[in-house]
Design a protein around this ligand. Sequence first.
Ligand code: FAD
Length: 493
Amino acid sequence: TTPEHPLRVAVIGSGPAGFYTTYKLMAKIQGTKVDMYESLPVPFGLVRFGVAPDHPEVKNCQEKFEEVASSPDFNFIGNVSVGTKSDHPDGLTVPLASLFRHYNAIIFAYGAAQDRKLGITGEDQLKGVYSAREFVGWYNGLPEHANLNPDLTQGDEAVVIGQGNVALDVARMLLEDVDVLRKTDIASHALETLSQSRVKRVHVVGRRGPMQAAFTIKEVRELMKLSDVSFHPVDSALLPTDLKSLPRAPRRLMEMLAKGTAATSQSPSETSKSWSLDFCLTPKAFSSSSSSPDSTQGQLASTTFERTALSPSPFDPNAYALPTGETLTLPSSVAFRSIGYKSTPLPEFSDINIPFDERRGIISNDGHGRVQHEEHTRGAEMLHRSFPGLYCAGWVKTGPTGVIASTMENAFATADAIIEDWASRATPFLNTDKKCHGWEGVRSEVLARGDEKRVVDWQGWRRIDEVERQRGKERGRSREKFTRTGEMLNVLG
Ligand code: FAD
């Protein structure tokens, strides 16, 4: 049967997952109306607050998102957090329960706003130990981290723990010529701090070897090409000798690592800055200078690692790291942990009981984005409990890995699941017996008079965007971001 009313959807989160799911849904189910809730006054999630400022081409996906937002069936509801108190004082909150009453479907696309910790001595106490997530948010102007003020003046050695592309972004920001960054949309407070940085040597450290590392060739190449920055040679014992037998992607990466120094015209002694990929090291402790009575108080001075051995062989892509008992201490005046982002359940979920897989850090789902809980019965039989009308997409569905292209694929898969369910009605939706009023209904339930002014719609975002670009133009930059939500809202009067 053809549904009587058009599909009304609430999307929570305006990153790539939210936009790509919306795009496909609106294209395939005629008349679908989407309200997109976003905690911040500005859209695009990690495209604005994660992707490095010197990667402007990656942000081209925003053009597609602008196109989606231009539909009269699309409604942006910025500065409104769902199910959790907003992180900033100007933000509004709506309870999830209210969304349940006014939509047919809810799509959780709220990403991964936390990060994994190392759990080692000194991590929380010492000055100079930062999370890469906070540092990235800070240089990209994320209001939540606008006050981070990382101190890069205590010495010249930095350690980045983790060897994914985020770790390489952090290393590049520390090493890149500030005059190159000046033209980008990097937050101006970050330009100021980076221009005073004393960091000259960056170690990017991983537990395993080059054959197991998560970074990709493009990011390594970019670091290799920075001017006045050299690369320290990789331990050749960790590189396979017979590169020809490797598949194309690892072969090219290994060739680049092997050639690294030869290709760099200058040696580390000839350049002002340098970096290295330090393999087979597990972090054990951060310590302050030995002169202080308690090594877990005060300013970071060194990081201690245990060397690992790779089993069954350093060349096996699935090799795991075994402890050897041997330690190594690297001087470090600043350290960044970069071992992965993490999604969390929205606090309110516990009442509404949205199943969350704590181990994998995702909303439990059937792999296609339908929220679903698996329970083992006594007889070890698997029972699936479904949650009609609830879906998830993006990093909160898959875990915090993958680029925008893979996020797009998984968002499309979620849209396909909704399209299939809506067509077949095999899975029920929310409120199918009545007309849903979406944001209008929610607004009338939860917003007090005066609150409405603080809700940012798409026109409001366009205005903020315009002012940011104009401020940038005046300073010869692509954009001068606002880094406080109050400043963003002030633009709207
Ligand atoms: P997000 O982009 O995180 O979007 C989630 C949105 O939900 C956010 O806007 C958030 O504010 C909002 N939100 C959260 N909670 C709530 C709530 N309760 N109510 C309302 N809204 C909420 N990919 C590339 O292709 N190229 C790159 O160069 C690249 N660089 C990256 C650099 C970094 C540092 C990181 C972390 C990622 C990078 N990526 C890159 C990956 C890319 O950013 C992700 O694949 C993608 O952003 C994931 O999309 P998402 O929509 O799931 O999450």
